[in-house]
Design a protein around this ligand. Sequence first.
Ligand SMILES: [Zn+2]
Length: 364
Amino acid sequence: MGNSKEVLKTGSSLLLKKLLASSVGLVIVAIALVVIIIIGVISGSDGNGNGALIGGKALPESVMQWEGEVLEAMERHGVDESQVLLLLAIMNQESQGDIFYSNGDIFQSSESKCGYIGCITDPIESIDQAVKYFKGVLAKGESLGVDIQTMIQSYNFGGAYMDFIASNGGEHSEDLAKDFSMIQVQKDPSYNCNGNTENFRYPYCYGDFTYVGKVMAYVSDGNMVGDLENFGDFVAPVSPMVLTSGFGGRDSPIEGASTNHKGQDLDCTLGVSPIHTVKSGVVTHAGTAGGLGNAVVVLHGDDIYTTYGHMSSLTVSNGDEVEQGEQIGVCGSTGVSSGAHLHFEINVGGMWGNQIDPYPYFQK
Ligand SMILES: [Zn+2]
């Protein structure tokens, strides 16, 4: 009996040890998961112009002036109008919409039409050819099952890049773009960046392996970023929303600025971009606020406050009731700030010092 008890005891303590070991394992796994999720959220919300989460930089007026003509061509060729910003971003990359600089071929689409540069000198023809070519790229890309980034890069590299990616996993990456560029350089050594080893592309001198990133800086997942677009419960405080610094730890950009960033920094134009309240509410602060410079705080009920910092001027006063999307001030760089931007915060349960990550509030 004693023996079997002993065995039982040993057995149960072994079981306990195993359980303990496995629960320690579980805890480790759980912690690891939480860390992974947190890292995912931070890196996700910390994107700059390349981030697909919030969207794009504003395209210059020299490009936007062609929007109507591009939309017309898209209608002619049956390309979905949701792609208009992507096409305009490509034009921006090719010529910034400048007729003089591009000799009329604002999409640099001559090569796709006649095999050499310069056969198109009319911007409307350039647009038409570009849209037609882009439609072919989309069709081929979809039939090959490659991602949109691959299709965009192929506008720079040519259609063979889509075949290359299709046989290498179907997803564009800068490394694969470099590989493709190198293969072309080996085929034709005249692609040598004019022998300039200081060129950022060197030795990947065929095309521009960074083309996708440059184009995607202006679009969000290939979709248009509209004015004051709705993101979940909130409208954008500044349009377009371009996140330059996310919530959480960061290297301080300037002396005196926090390294534990308590809000989001959004790009805006000094003295020009209107700043809007993300939701209706009551203004509970309108004036200077330490490092935040000229700042406005709006209470939205349920103890949720939003804060808008560094503005050049304010257009509301303490106690004002504001509607969702109403202007509260103008973009600036007041307080502790390295340049024009909007510092945006959400505080829950108190007006100051109760910041939470705004990122989930802007999820569609
Ligand atoms: Zn900030």
